[in-house]
Each structure stands twice: as structure tokens, then as C-alpha cells.
Design a protein around this ligand. Structure first.
Ligand SMILES: Cc1cc2nc3c(=O)[nH]c(=O)nc-3n(C[C@H](O)[C@H](O)[C@H](O)COP(=O)(O)OP(=O)(O)OC[C@H]3O[C@@H](n4cnc5c(N)ncnc54)[C@H](O)[C@@H]3O)c2cc1C
Length: 499
């Protein structure tokens, strides 16, 4: 054991897409700042950001029905969909900036054009989808969205889903061609490769075990070098805890008031992967259905064409489940270990409130493969068990906190940036909409933690993200311009690439 003491400007904990994005932004805004990264696994993007651990949807609310809710008067609330779409445009602009400046190359290695569809069955869901379509179709952000309940048209759009469908139940779908499939694992690795060329020190197999404030207001990290078993101490003026599900335990160790009364609710996931090339070839879209009653929003079933390891594949899921781990590579004691005197009441209140959800998730874990096939057959009536395998997805840890509207122990489904009052430390909690909105969320970290630099940085931020500070829905001409130019740079106007 040795005690090595090292100082730096910024430490990013975790090598997922969030730290990668924050590091890339900071290297453009303050290139002279010294940045270090500590990651406990052997490579970047191995947890939730990995391509096999998430669904790879470029979430722009084009097809996800949970972002458009029905109001009491029967009309559709599209405000959340607009918000998420605008946030995805921010990611597209930053990625396009990185490509245009040769900071990352070959955008087709991480983003591909792919139609996004919503698919519903049954009269009331068809009515809902039609109303949703009508509400979105006049909005510039959703231009080009189409609706159909004509089986012939639906056969053209999604032959695999229509083949062998015998029920007389009404069905309908919407389709928009400007959707994307994003390989967030590849993007994360590209961003870390780029950071390495900018002299960012990236330490893999280094696990951060403790964080405490020093007398001069910096943060001291106790870091375990997994290969040699040594303990190192590193200090930084600013620390970002980008540990995905592992962020909550480290945030709690900081002891900052903002870390109190917060808990985490872990949700595991699994996908079914098709291993039959003939079936894979018959589908070309992300098709989102509607969540079942009692199911959490992150278990909305969808059938997705994916581009992974340079080949086209087909995934169905995710099936949500319950596991006490906070990371896929975590421990069964994570949940228990996160219960502290300051959050025990919040956690217990959530336990009582979310009994039905917990029961649902446990039931999901216990589903037999044949039951999962039955759910898949709601999408692909002719699906054959032998064509599908199960893969474990990543863990999501949803935030539990006390809110004015929901009361004690309310489960949150979004992402939250938690930072201290003087902006020296920030953590990202939650996982939805997730990686798609990483740039928006990391800009929020900068605004919260570096307000003194924002005026000086504004011009550069606008160079990287031209719509920064602007509402695109209120400036349709800017949206068109930005959407077209980012599509060109990212190769999203081209026809499907052949693999
Ligand atoms: C099933 C599923 C489906 C999803 N689908 C989508 C989707 O379709 N679209 C989308 O945009 N988002 C999706 N998401 C969400 C998205 O994957 C996450 O929001 C995003 O990857 C989180 O990135 P991150 O950098 O915060 O965390 P991660 O990628 O999990 O990275 C955190 C890193 O921190 C490291 N770490 C943890 N603790 C420590 C420690 N103590 N010391 C050092 N290192 C540590 C971990 O090893 C890991 O590498 C999905 C997530 C899941 C689980």
C-alpha cells in the first residue's frame, strides 16, 4: 500500500458517455485545464453506455408513447416530447461539431438513420395514437410523421410485424424517417480516444472508494489501483461523479447537504436478440409499443433494428426486472448499502408506494422464456423460439426523493444533476432519456458548477451547439437549418448503408 498524493483541475469518475461528453466539452472550453479520469473497469463504455446494455435509441420522442400523455380532457400533452426532441438536437449539433473538426471520425460507426415507429393494437390505443399524430404533425420538430391504420400500408412499413397477423383487432402505426440508432458504446470509446489525444489522463482499473472535502475546498479521492492493490489519493478543484448506477453511493460519501434524502431504485433489464439473418433482414425500424398497465416507462416493449459490431441485428425488449445491484458489474449489497439514516424514511416510503412496481419487476424476472416469446409474438406473430436468445442489459437506478407533489419517497423517471452550492462537485443520477441527452445534461452541469465562466464560454458553446439558449420549436427556420446540416455531417440523409 502506498499513499500517492496528486493534484489536478478536474476529475471525472467513470468512463461512460456522460463523463466522455463532459470531458469533450471542457477540452474545447478550457483546453488548459488538467483532467483525469478514473474508471474501475478495463475499458470505456462497458456499463450502461455499452451498445449491448442499452437500446441505442436516439431519443427524440418520435416514437416513444410515454413522452406524450393524454390529458383529462382527452387532448394530448406534447410538451415533454418537444423538450426531449430539442435536447436530442443539442446532442446532434455537438456530435456534428466534433466530426466537422475531425475530433471524432466516421459518424456511421456510432449513428445510423432508422425510421422510428409507434405501433398500437386495440381501439382505444388506436384512437390515442391518431390524436398523438394529429398533435405532433403540425409541429416543425415532428415534420414528416405519418399515420396509418391501413393493413396494406402497415405491411409496407413493417412486414415482419404484419406477417401472420390473424386477429381482427384494430391496429395502427406512425412512422417518421428522421429517427436514429445510436451506438453509445462506440461513441463513448471514440470520445475517450479523442480525450487521450488531448492529454487527458485516463486510468482504467482504478476504483474510487471515497471522496472527502479538503481544508482548501478541493476534493480528495481515495482511489484503489485494482491491478497492484495500491491506494492512491488524488485531489481536484472540480469532481464529476459520472458512475451511472454507481453515482449514488459516491455522492453519499461526499456528505454534501444535497446528497441527503435521496435513494435509488435499481431496475435490471434484458433483451431478446435475433440470431436468424433472414428474420433480421425483414425489419428496418425501431418500433415502440405501449407499456402494459402497471409497467414502468422503461419497460415499454420495442422491436429494434440495431447496428452493432458493424452488422445489422434485431433486438426486442427490454424486459425490466428487479435486482439489488446498482451496476451490471455491481454487488447484491448495493441497494442495502445505500440506505442511510438520512434517507431511510424516504426509502421506506418509496418501498410502500412502489410495492406494486416491485412485485411487477419480480414477476418479470421470473418470466419463462416461453412467456417472453408470447410478448414478442404480439410484435412478430410468427416468431420462432430457436431464432431468439437472451442477453442481459444494463442496470438503471431511478432516483427516489421527497417532492412537493408526490410526497415522501417519490420515484423519478428522469435524470438529475445533483451539485453542491459552490459548484465544486456534481453527480448525475437517473437514466432516462439517458445517453441521447448527454450533451444537454452536461451543459447543465457546466451552468450549475461554472456560472463564473459561462459568459466567457458562451461564444464557444454557440459554435459547438448553435441552438444553445434558443427554443427550436419557436424558430422553425433555425430547426430546419440545424436539422439538415447535422444530418449531412452525421450521414443521416444517406440511404441505409450496406453491411
Ligand atoms: C436497458 C437500458 C436501455 C437503455 N436505452 C437507452 C436508449 O435507447 N437511449 C438512450 O439514450 N439511453 C438509454 N439508456 C440509458 C443510457 O444507457 C444511460 O443513461 C447512459 O449510458 C448513462 O451513462 P453514464 O456515463 O452515466 O453511465 P455508465 O455508462 O453506466 O458509466 C458509468 C461508469 O462508471 C464506472 N464506475 C462506477 N462506479 C465507479 C467507481 N466507484 N470508481 C470508478 N468508476 C466507477 C462504471 O464502471 C461505468 O463504466 C438505457 C439504459 C438501459 C440500462
Amino acid at each position: 500500500m502506498s499513499n500517492i498524493q496528486r493534484k489536478t483541475d478536474v476529475i471525472l469518475i467513470g468512463a461512460g458517455v456522460m463523463s466522455a461528453t463532459l470531458g469533450a466539452l471542457l477540452k474545447e472550453l478550457a483546453p488548459e485545464w488538467e483532467i483525469k479520469v478514473f474508471e474501475k473497469l478495463a475499458n470505456a463504455g462497458e456499463e450502461s453506455s455499452n451498445e449491448w446494455n442499452n437500446a441505442g435509441t436516439g431519443h427524440a420522442a418520435l416514437c416513444e408513447l410515454n413522452y406524450t400523455s393524454e390529458k383529462a380532457d382527452g387532448s394530448i400533452d406534447i410538451s415533454k416530447a418537444i423538450n426531449i426532441n430539442e435536447q436530442f438536437q443539442i446532442s446532434r449539433q455537438f456530435w456534428a461539431y466534433l466530426v466537422n473538426h475531425n475530433l471524432i471520425r466516421n459518424p456511421q460507426d456510432f449513428i445510423m438513420p432508422l425510421p422510428h415507429m409507434s405501433f398500437v393494437q386495440g381501439e382505444s390505443d388506436v384512437t390515442f395514437l391518431k390524436k398523438r399524430f394529429e398533435a405532433l404533425s403540425h409541429n416543425p420538430l415532428f415534420e414528416g410523421i405519418e399515420f396509418s391504420d391501413d393493413p396494406e400500408k402497415l405491411k409496407e412499413w413493417m412486414p415482419l410485424i404484419m406477417e401472420g397477423r390473424t386477429s381482427n383487432e384494430p391496429i395502427a402505426a406512425t412512422k417518421i424517417d428522421s429517427g436514429t440508432d445510436v451506438n453509445f458504446g462506440a461513441l463513448t470509446r471514440m470520445l475517450f480516444d479523442h480525450l487521450q489525444t488531448k492529454n487527458v489522463e485516463i486510468n482504467y482499473k482504478h476504483s474510487v472508494e471515497n471522496i472527502k472535502r479538503t481544508s482548501d475546498g478541493s476534493w480528495e479521492l481515495k482511489v484503489h489501483d485494482i491491478d497492484n492493490g495500491k491506494i492512491e489519493y488524488h485531489t481536484a478543484k472540480f469532481v464529476f461523479i459520472g458512475c451511472g448506477g454507481g453515482s449514488l453511493p459516491l455522492l453519499q460519501k461526499t456528505g454534501i447537504p444535497e446528497s441527503k434524502h435521496i435513494g435509488g431504485f435499481p431496475v435490471s433489464g434484458l433483451f431478446m436478440v435475433c440470431n436468424n439473418p433472414e428474420v433480421i433482414e425483414q425489419h428496418h425500424a425501431k418500433v415502440y409499443g405501449k407499456a402494459k398497465v402497471g409497467a414502468p416507462p422503461m419497460s415499454v416493449p420495442h422491436l429494434d433494428t440495431r447496428y452493432i459490431d458493424n452488422k445489422k441485428t434485431l433486438l426486442f425488449g427490454p424486459f425490466a426486472g428487479f435486482s439489488p445491484k446498482f451496476l451490471k458489474t455491481g454487488s447484491n449489497f448495493d441497494l442495502l448499502g445505500s440506505v442511510k439514516p438520512n434517507n431511510v424514511v424516504t426509502m421506506l416510503a418509496a418501498g410502500v408506494k412502489e410495492m406494486a412496481l416491485t412485485k411487477y419487476l419480480i414477476q418479470q424476472v421470473l418470466l419463462s422464456n416461453e412467456k417472453r416469446m408470447e410478448e414478442l409474438r404480439e410484435f412478430i406473430p410468427n416468431a420462432q423460439s430457436g431464432d431468439w436468445e437472451i442477453v442481459m442489459a444494463g442496470q438503471r437506478v431511478q432516483v427516489i426523493k421527497d417532492t412537493d407533489t408526490g410526497g415522501r419517497g417519490t420515484l423519478q423517471f428522469g435524470t438529475e444533476v445533483v451539485s453542491d452550492a459552490d459548484g465544486t462537485i456534481a453527480a448525475l443520477l437517473g437514466a432516462s432519456p439517458g445517453a441521447s441527452t448527454a450533451v444537454h445534461v452536461m451543459l447543465e452541469v457546466l451552468e450549475k458548477c461554472f456560472p463564473q465562466h459561462m459568459i466567457e464560454w458562451e461564444l464557444k458553446i454557440k459554435e459547438m451547439v448553435p441552438s444553445y439558449g434558443m427554443s427550436l420549436v419557436e424558430s422553425p427556420e433555425h430547426f430546419q437549418e440545424i436539422h439538415t446540416s447535422t444530418a449531412q455531417t452525421l450521414g443521416l440523409c444517406e440511404k441505409e448503408l450496406v453491411y
